[in-house]
Design a protein around this ligand. Structure first.
Ligand SMILES: Cc1cc2nc3c(=O)[nH]c(=O)nc-3n(C[C@H](O)[C@H](O)[C@H](O)COP(=O)(O)OP(=O)(O)OC[C@H]3O[C@@H](n4cnc5c(N)ncnc54)[C@H](O)[C@@H]3O)c2cc1C
Length: 438
């Protein structure tokens, strides 16, 4: 066994730069990942830190950084089945599989996430209404536990560890590799239809009539009183109109300003201008990189919120009643004068991975973000959370920095099953916050 590198890092943060956390030890795993024989305090895997809040942080404990364990171990390009080390990113896997006509079947809005991170948050994408979440496409994975044991887990073997680890927030052990069934695609292109809509009723109608599209999602102008926005739906198409542009960062925000460049005025102006600039209906051919990862074009865009960082809040509210619930959330945001810069709305489908703590479920999901301003931000998020819980909904841990114990309990009916497979040596700032020790 090669020895892992031990880094002494001062701070580690996640995508929102809030909260900031100081692990006492950072171990960078290499291409033969193993759990260390000794560690300080507690353990937590760290993928690429693309979670917005604190699920990937471990203040005072040990972080196991997986990014260097990123080898494609095996690929069957006939059947579209790959086995990859958990530190491989979705972007790297797509680059390897697209020339063979396969794509990662479920992808979030950035290709920087690792497969281990995608598994542990059971991430969802613009195709959730048809394809379900990332966990629905996992065939098996290897799980390393702090007692030195190793298990290959699938829906049929060690099923309790399989379903505990999918969406298990890194708390059941270290996933070393993942075997995944990919999606067959005719090439890198999608035909994307963009439609402006006037209010949430029209969004609901568009969502219903777009169920046969592979992808559907909307951006909301949160400064408008009725939830107007821009709806996008898309399908993969075979076309050779132009060479697919390389997916890469085109612009890098060079520094973190001391204050947030996003305020209520800029948010209102940006939202109104974005809505105003769209045509009422348009059809275009886009590469998969352009369609799935528009935010990856601007490196370090998360720095615009300044040194205090920002928080996301994503929830899902079941139907019937999902749209009325979303309308109440938008009203709460408007009356608190805290608009969200980037607001995303999507109808989520019935298919579930079975992950004990998995967030993705049927209903309407809303994702919003706010610069972190201390108490006013905490107050608003608490009110949004109350509204979601009273509508029977759930809050997404991957996007969270402020969730309460009540919201964590409401996430799932399977907390006991999860507790039974949790590895007690693994902890995160998130779990200590939502489930403080008595
Ligand atoms: C721009 C942007 C857009 C996004 N869009 C979406 C979206 O559309 N849908 C969505 O669902 N999410 C979305 N996200 C959130 C993101 O997909 C998730 O937070 C994802 O889990 C981050 O992966 P990561 O590799 O960075 O893991 P990290 O954030 O580092 O870790 C996430 C969790 O995974 C655990 N973990 C990591 N590696 C392993 C491992 N090898 N074994 C066990 N546990 C492990 C960690 O302990 C932690 O609990 C978005 C994030 C960004 C920044």
């Amino acid at each position: 066994m090669t020895q892992p590198t031990v880094e002494s890092l001062v701070t580690y943060d996640s995508w929102g730069h809030y909260p900031v956390s100081t692990p006492s030890q950072v171990i960078v795993l290499d291409e033969q990942p193993e759990l260390p024989a000794r560690w300080e305090a507690t353990l937590l895997p760290y993928g690429n830190g693309c979670s917005y809040g604190d699920v990937c942080l471990n203040n005072g404990g040990t972080l196991l950084v997986t990014r260097a364990a990123n080898t494609l171990l095996d690929a069957d390009w006939e059947r579209g089945v790959v086995r990859c080390q958990a530190g491989m990113t979705i972007g790297d896997l797509n680059s390897a599989s697209l020339p063979h006509g396969w794509l990662v079947p479920v992808t979030p809005g950035t290709q920087l996430v690792t497969l281990g991170g995608a598994l542990a948050n059971d991430v969802h994408g613009k195709n959730h209404h048809g394809a379900g979440s990332f966990g629905c496409h996992i065939r098996c994975f290897e799980l390393m536990r702090s007692d030195g044991s190793t298990r290959i887990c699938s829906a049929n073997k060690h099923a309790e560890f399989f379903f505990g680890t999918i969406g298990g927030l890194g708390l059941t052990g270290l996933v070393s590799w993942v075997e995944l069934a990919l999606k067959r695609v005719p090439g890198p292109w999608l035909e994307v239809e963009t439609i402006k809509y006037a209010d949430l009723d029209e969004f609901a109608r568009l969502s219903d009539e777009s169920m046969d599209f592979e992808y559907a999602v909307a951006w909301i102008d949160c400064s408008s009183p009725n939830g107007r926005g821009v709806f996008q739906r898309a399908n993969h198409v075979a076309t050779r109109t132009r060479r697919a542009p390389e997916s890469r960062t085109r612009f890098e925000l060079p520094f973190t300003p001391s204050f947030s460049l996003v305020g209520s005025v800029t948010t209102t102006l940006f939202n109104a201008a974005y809505f105003g600039a769209r045509r009422s209906r348009a059809l275009a051919i886009r590469s998969s990189g352009e369609f799935f990862y528009p935010l990856d074009n601007v490196g370090g865009w998360n720095r615009i919120y300044g040194r205090r960082g920002f928080v996301q809040f994503q929830c899902v509210i079941p139907n019937p009643g999902g749209y009325a619930g979303v309308a109440r959330l938008l009203t709460l945001m408007r009356t608190s004068r805290m608009g969200s810069f980037l607001t995303v709305l999507k109808h989520m489908g019935e298919k579930r991975s079975g992950g004990y703590l998995s967030f993705p479920r049927s209903g309407v999901t809303l994702a919003v973000d706010f610069p972190f301003r201390g108490e006013p931000t905490q107050r608003l998020l608490a009110r949004l959370e109350d509204e979601v819980l009273s509508s029977g909904g759930a809050v997404y841990p991957a996007k969270d920095a402020l969730m309460s114990n009540a919201a964590f309990e409401a996430l799932s009916d399977c907390h006991d099953e999860f507790t039974a497979v949790r590895d007690r040596a693994f902890e995160s700032d998130f779990i200590r916050r939502v489930q403080p020790r008595p």
